[in-house]
Design a protein around this ligand. Structure first.
Ligand SMILES: CC(C)(COP(=O)(O)OP(=O)(O)OC[C@H]1O[C@@H](n2cnc3c(N)ncnc32)[C@H](O)[C@@H]1OP(=O)(O)O)[C@@H](O)C(=O)NCCC(=O)NCCS
Ligand SMILES: [Zn+2]
Length: 225
């Protein structure tokens, strides 16, 4: 008799814990807020701050603890991961993926379809000193359409990363990177040509994965029509 009562009490306890857990899951789902914007809505986690005076395109998602500062422009269908900061004078196109822990500073311009790997670093002052204001000397960094930047890479300001270029994980980019070039290392140097689909190209300059063909002219790679 006593045993059966103990069993029933335990079952009650389990059910109470189960219900509490279910409520927690439901609450964390409801923490995603849908916000009206031009032509539709974008989503943001309730822990993210989006300042007034930002422009954010439809179907963009902004995840936990991120901050978009007043004046920033972000296009459509972008995903900003956790702990992403977007400065007032940063400009992001459409369909950009920014992984966790990335700061996109003033005068960083990112075109459509760019991938920014986790914890990669942009810069905007070439010779910072804490006691000297350099706000009028920010250098522009341009990341062109379709480029990918690997995890933990650093982009020294003032460079242009070409269309569909690829920067290996942990590299430090100090110079312009041509279209379709794969750069790796510290400082980052040319390693191979790379297709728009992300496969390295061999000497034939024809992609074994997607069939795209390229030609080299005066040291630059062009997609064949
Ligand atoms: C660069 C990359 C695409 C691979 O290039 P790959 O040429 O196919 O790589 P391989 O494995 O054939 O390596 C070729 C050489 O380059 C070196 N290498 C590869 N990646 C490198 C990098 N990021 N930095 C420095 N050297 C690198 C390799 O050690 C190897 O050197 P070795 O010839 O002296 O042995 C890949 O290493 C990389 O960095 N990917 C990014 C991953 C990432 O950040 N993802 C983010 C989302 S989670
Ligand atoms: Zn390809």
């Amino acid at each position: 008799m006593m045993k059966s009562k103990g069993w029933s009490n335990n079952l009650q306890k389990v059910l109470t814990i189960y219900k509490a857990k279910r409520i927690t899951v439901e609450m964390s789902r409801s923490e995603v807020i849908t916000v009206d914007c031009a032509g539709g809505t974008y989503k943001k986690h309730e822990s993210a701050y989006v300042d007034e005076g930002t422009v954010i395109g439809k179907d963009t998602s902004i995840w936990h603890f991120s901050h978009v500062m007043s004046g920033a422009k972000i296009g459509e269908k972008c995903v900003l991961g956790q702990n992403v900061n977007v400065g007032s004078k940063a400009v992001l196109g459409n369909n950009i993926k920014v992984q966790n822990n990335v700061s996109i500073y003033d005068r960083v311009i990112i075109e459509d379809d760019v991938f920014c790997g986790p914890s990669m670093v942009f810069t905007n002052v070439i010779n910072p000193r804490s006691h000297v204001s350099r706000k009028s000397e920010y250098k522009e960094t341009l990341v062109k359409k379709g480029a990918s930047i690997g995890a933990n890479a650093t982009i020294v300001c003032g460079v242009t990363i070409g269309k569909y270029a690829f920067i290996g994980a942990g590299s430090v980019v100090t110079k312009d990177v041509p279209d379709h070039a794969l750069f790796v290392g510290v400082p980052a140097k040319f390693h191979a040509w790379i297709c728009a689909c992300g496969e390295k190209l061999d000497d034939t300059l024809a992609c074994k994965t997607c069939g795209s063909e390229y030609k080299l002219k005066e040291g630059k790679l062009y997609a064949q029509k």
